[in-house]
Write a protein that binds this ligand. Sequence first.
Ligand code: ATP
Ligand code: MG
Length: 448
Amino acid sequence: MTVEEKAADGLIEGLCRAGFTAYRVGGAVRDRLLGYPAHDVDVATDAPPQAVRELFPNTYSVGESFGVIIVHTPEGVDVEVATFRKDSEYADGRHPKEVGFSDSATDARRRDFTINAFFYDPRRVVVLDYTGGMADLRGGVVRAVGEAEGRFREDHLRMLRAVRFAAALGFSLETETEAALRRQAAAIKRISSERVMQELTRMLTGCRPAYALRMLEEYGLLEAVLPEVAGLRGVEQPPQFHPEGDVWKHTLLMLEKMAMPDPVLAWSVLLHDIGKPLTHEYTDGRDRFPNHAPRGAEATGEILKRLKASSRWVEDTMAAVENHMNFMHVTQMRKSTLRRLLARPTFPLELELHRLDCAASHAKLDGYCYLLDKLAELADQPQLPPPLVNGHDLLAMGQKPGPKIGELLKWIEDLQLNGELEDREQALGRLRDFIEEEKASSGEGIDD
Ligand code: ATP
Ligand code: MG
């Protein structure tokens, strides 16, 4: 038993001793029945919210009008305790207008899928299955509770949840549920970007993200929420670099090869070639995508901002998309360029993106291995050494303020990173020589 299950059972015990009925409910019961440890354990009860607050000393309310109280348990775990309820008509494609309290059988019928509508009574060690969820768990299907058409109409978010649960569990959608979802897919646009983003991110970072994407595409949800990604389908690429097929197939293959990605890596994988449809041309006998990385970074920014991603996610994902093509020629890179690449704050993310990009196409990992060697070689050095000279040194030598200062500093940094300068004295010497020569050839300063 997990600590969360233990904490929930403690609350159930307390509620029952006070004369109420209480069960573990929802996803935690589903996961247990499938043999997965349950971490997010919810409790459902016939006790009204007021009684829950009076029974337990440490509570706070998140949605008391929905009958939900959070109880902070002695185990240090927060458990959501919800009063059995009956939802009235739904108002806005997401929220019920009113909720009333009810019994467990009624509460089961307002839940989204049969596999999410179990109750578990830890005192009697029995599962209450009012909606046929056990047969669906055995059959590996996600089936709406009641009439699918109506259930998706009252809350459109359930369509994304259906796909997420199917992908996470390796299930398929039950026929009626699938047909209703296909018919209503376009309505997902009415759901707030934040909730859509949350669901998509959970799919991308969970088990079987490629399976989730394929389902989203097939049912028409992808076209509604991420039309740019749906547009990767059928964008052909040169078979010598991409024997796996078009940009869509390549992206799915990368998603399949990801292991426990964080959200930024997952979104970077999904969007890394988003610039290809925008830049595609067929010249000299093959498909080409000039500048698809910077164009893709711009499109990535637009997509993630539209989905209300945090600015950190937007910036890091854009950086990884923008830079991904620079990894293709690392073995020929000058030392200075390579050191700057390794010093990028997003380098670990970009390195993994590069590995997946190669693994899901030509499968050659020379560049990746070369970078690992370089990382090991430079492991005990600071990422970039402190600069040997600065702008004040140049001004002191009589260099006039202006863009030339930056160019000269970059030149000195290149020499330093390439191992051609030992110390500050040498750097100052090189600069002095350069400035003298410039003066001699033009008769004045070098800023014109
Ligand atoms: P997980 O936490 O692994 O995503 P879960 O099944 O616990 O899965 P939650 O979002 O935590 O999902 O919701 C808890 C339970 O509340 C669900 O199992 C389901 O019974 C019910 N539920 C959640 N969202 C909805 C919804 N939009 N419509 C109907 N019932 C829902
Ligand atoms: Mg949950």
